[in-house]
Design a protein around this ligand. Structure first.
Ligand code: UDP
Ligand code: MG
Length: 312
């Protein structure tokens, strides 16, 4: 039987980029040795994206649309795409043509060689500014220092997984606070990387603000590491030793009672700072536990085209 490639595309307010994306990608999909489906996940767009997608689906049966009831975020969209895709290989990509569809033939070749996880590594990110590049490098340094799994620094949300690998993601990685890209790299299987050059977005603007990225980085570190929780032990030990040192110093220099006011104030502020920091970190982990416990859905589907709605 002919094999099938599922191309999962997350769409959030992409009315300007969609026509170009559809035309370009379709041309490439048509010449692939595999059959294909083009699965768009509309992540609660507030512009005309959904009606454009409905129109594509009406005239092209290979276009499938899964539309959320509201905005659930890019990761939720990719997860839904993986849930609904039924190809032998699944590729996740953005709708703004920053992930070149020209890579698809090579992805299919890698699948044919038996690869399970294909990470697309960008060589250049023209559109990302200096700040974004520096924070991204810092983030990967922290996460790679803290976590057992090693992450590819330039890996993007552009990746491909085989049917077997997708099944693992569908069944076992349903966390509410998560880092999909990281999971993809941590599940094993025969891995390979393909490098590509990231282009500028064809139209529209980036939907990721620095604030969103920061929140995302914090969550990710906490998903993969318990080390921040141990900070309390180290800080406590440090504060204890400092106390002993000050005590010995005071004993030997026989300081009188009135002096040392500044020392006390400084130490107090310092200790409280550490204390609150640690309470805050514990709070963050509890928040993660809380959202897991509530077990709310990762996404809610409102309507679908050319694919049957799943009850989740
Ligand atoms: N996206 C999404 N939901 C969101 C934000 C973004 O589905 O809440 C989609 C967006 O339409 C695009 C992809 O995720 O296809 C990547 O977003 P964007 O291009 O804004 O991010 P950047 O490339 O700047 O990192
Ligand atoms: Mg983009």
């Amino acid at each position: 039987m002919e094999k099938k490639l599922s191309v999962v595309v997350s769409v959030y307010n992409e009315e300007q980029a969609l026509p170009m994306f559809y035309e370009t990608t379709k041309l490439i999909l048509e010449i692939l040795p595999w059959d294909y489906e083009l699965l768009f996940v509309n992540d609660g767009s507030r512009d005309d994206s959904l009606s454009i997608l409905r129109e594509y689906a009406a005239r092209d049966e290979k276009v499938k649309v899964v539309s959320f009831s509201r905005n659930f975020g890019h990761e939720a969209a990719m997860i839904a795409g993986i849930d609904y895709a039924d190809g032998d290989g699944i590729v996740c990509m953005d709708a703004d043509l920053q992930h070149p569809p020209e890579c698809l033939p090579e992805i299919v070749r890698k699948f044919e060689e038996g690869c399970g996880v294909i990470s697309m590594v960008r060589t250049k990110n023209k559109s990302a500014g200096l700040i974004k590049n520096i924070t991204s490098a810092g983030f990967y340094w922290v996460i790679n220092t803290l976590s057992e799994v090693k992450f590819e620094p330039n890996a993007s949300d552009f990746f491909a997984v085989s049917r077997e690998a997708a099944e693992v993601l569908r069944k076992n990685y349903r966390e509410k606070v998560r880092f999909l890209r990281g999971y993809v790299q941590s599940i094993g299987f025969q891995k390979t990387t393909i490098t590509y050059e990231a282009h500028d977005r064809v139209a529209g603007e980036s939907k990721y603000s620095i604030r969103k990225l920061l929140a995302f980085s914090m969550n990710t570190i906490m998903c993969f590491s318990n080390l921040p929780l141990k900070l309390g032990i180290y800080a406590g030990a440090f504060a204890g030793l400092l106390g002993v040192a000050v005590m010995i110093y005071t004993l030997f220099t026989r300081q009188g009672a009135p002096s040392g006011y500044a020392t006390i104030v400084i130490l107090n502020c310092f200790m409280f700072a550490i204390l609150f920091l640690i309470v805050g970190i514990i709070g963050e982990y509890i928040a993660i536990l809380f959202s897991e416990l509530k077990d709310r859905p990762i996404y809610i589907v409102e309507e679908t085209q050319n694919v049957e709605k799943k009850s989740v």
